[in-house]
Design a protein around this ligand. Sequence first.
Ligand SMILES: Nc1ncnc2c1ncn2[C@@H]1O[C@H](COP(=O)(O)OP(=O)(O)O)[C@@H](O)[C@H]1O
Ligand SMILES: [Mg+2]
Length: 290
Amino acid sequence: MKEFKPIKEGKVREIYDNGDSLIMVATDRISAFDVILKNKVTKKGTVLTQMSRFWFDYTKDILPNHMISTDVRDMPEFFRQPQFDGNSMLCKKLTMLPIECIVRGYITGSGWASYQKTGLVCGIKLPAGLKECDKLPEPIYTPSTKAEIGDHDENISYEKSIDVLEKLYPGHGEYYANCLKTYTLKLYTECAEYALSRGIIIADTKFEFGLDENGNVVLGDEMLTPDSSRFWPAEGYEPGHSQPSFDKQFVRDWLKANPDSDYNLPQDVIDKTIAKYKEAYKLLTGSDLK
Ligand SMILES: Nc1ncnc2c1ncn2[C@@H]1O[C@H](COP(=O)(O)OP(=O)(O)O)[C@@H](O)[C@H]1O
Ligand SMILES: [Mg+2]
């Protein structure tokens, strides 16, 4: 059996090279306040992979995506081991475009901080009088560029995203930049509306796109998971203060109340967190996680 070593190990995901495809594995690691916790959240990786799968299916008529299969029988033998079952996705390898396509439907986090100071979020003027976590009149596209490891991503204007892409693809910068913006807003709008009908507010999210061998724009990476998005419970939503995170609230609350824990969570907090991931999956997809 051919052994595989990850070509990349992120905080939460591992990426394996498989020729003209990739295998993206979501582990059960969890981060909070930018730290990887000591505990594993059993099945979190499966929930995240299956959620991406759901959204890739849901939006496949808007644009093509990189998903080939989440069935390990379609993957090399090495992946037919229990630790890869359910949490792995075989994906078409793309040439990724170096823009993080962020869309915000609600004002929170760094956007809220910036708005309070300047009335702007990433250079976009917003109406006066918004409260923390208010819904925006319409979703805004706030791209950033991927920083080298360790650095924070840098917010850029839409115009700057044209320049970045024009340098890489002379004569096509404006076309690609417009594609990314249009797709990002459309994907977010349709999916956030659906999620809301199922009791989950998707406050903001990030998409990544790449090009296939014919130069077509294809959606890559993960899609609308709680790791790439802010999920809030619709029940109890109230602007004017921060909202609880759908999945990590127990973890964050406990860590705040136990600053000396060294990021080691008690089992009941883990159990409640697992339950929240499964609940989010069930709300969104209508079925229990298999
Ligand atoms: N279909 C794809 N083809 C090639 N690269 C991809 C594809 N989908 C996602 N990627 C890339 O895989 C990497 C996933 O790494 P990740 O664990 O998210 O860490 P980070 O975002 O910090 O680089 C990202 O660089 C992403 O752009
Ligand atoms: Mg990433």
